[in-house]
Design a protein around this ligand. Structure first.
Ligand SMILES: [Zn+2]
Length: 232
């Protein structure tokens, strides 16, 4: 079982994550398995994981065993930038274990230089195949930005969401505060798309990998009510 993933990926036909979870056992990717994965396959692993999460069928992992297995090295297949929100944890939402995915988290899932550097490490140096920028419904950061909340350093962070608010046009007289859920949802989705563009604009390294077909960058929105992640 230990080498199940490797044998699947090394074989002529890639067997999606159903093969990875035989007997409810899951082994973290090793270097060979990670290298054999395409960006589309990496994305599919996240989609499959989210489907398991939504169905209440998350894998019963032995996390301590995974901890031991990965102590000598890590080969995560994906990177997720998500909000700080306690209800939108990527490892949980995508049903992944120790060593499976890199995660960067900041309120409002906005990119900055430190995160870009981290993603460049995760892809160019550590071999991950897909970067997902994931927003979520009912995002307090986006709501706060819509309402012009000011609080210490949070003020500058929420300013980063301002362009997404400005980009969402509404008829005159529309409530553009957090009380308008439809408006907030549009800002959430727009912010994700803008952060994806920002990432590609500001990172020559990631953009180069994308142009070479080695990495994919996609946006997504996690629905807190259903658990479902909708890819944009
Ligand atoms: Zn949030």
């Amino acid at each position: 079982m230990k080498n199940l993933i490797v044998s699947c990926l090394a074989g002529a036909a890639f067997v999606a994550s159903s093969a990875l979870i035989a007997d409810d056992h899951y082994t973290t990717f090793d270097q060979q398995a990670q290298a054999a994965l395409t960006p589309d396959q990496a994305l599919q692993l996240l989609k499959d994981g989210n489907a398991r999460f939504v169905a209440g069928d998350s894998i019963d992992r032995d996390l301590i065993e995974q901890q031991r297995d990965t102590a000598g090295g890590q080969f995560p297949f994906a990177v997720v930038l998500s909000c700080l929100d306690s209800r939108s944890a990527p490892e949980v939402v995508f049903d992944q274990g120790v060593g499976d995915i890199f995660v960067g988290r900041v309120a409002g899932n906005v990119v900055d230089t430190n995160l870009l550097g981290s993603f460049e490490f995760a892809t160019a140096a550590a071999g991950s195949k897909v970067i997902v920028v994931m927003g979520h419904t009912a995002c307090g950061a986006v709501k706060g930005a819509c309402d012009g909340v000011e609080l210490g350093n949070l003020t500058a962070l929420l300013d980063e969401i301002e362009p997404a608010i400005d980009a969402v046009s509404t008829p005159v007289g529309t409530d553009r505060s957090s009380a308008n859920t439809e408006f907030v949802n549009r800002v959430i989705e727009t912010n994700v798309k803008m952060q994806v563009n920002e990432l590609l604009r500001r990172s020559d390294v990631v953009r180069g990998l994308v142009e070479e077909g080695k990495v994919k960058v996609v946006g997504a929105v996690h629905d807190l009510a259903t658990g479902e992640v909708r890819f944009l």
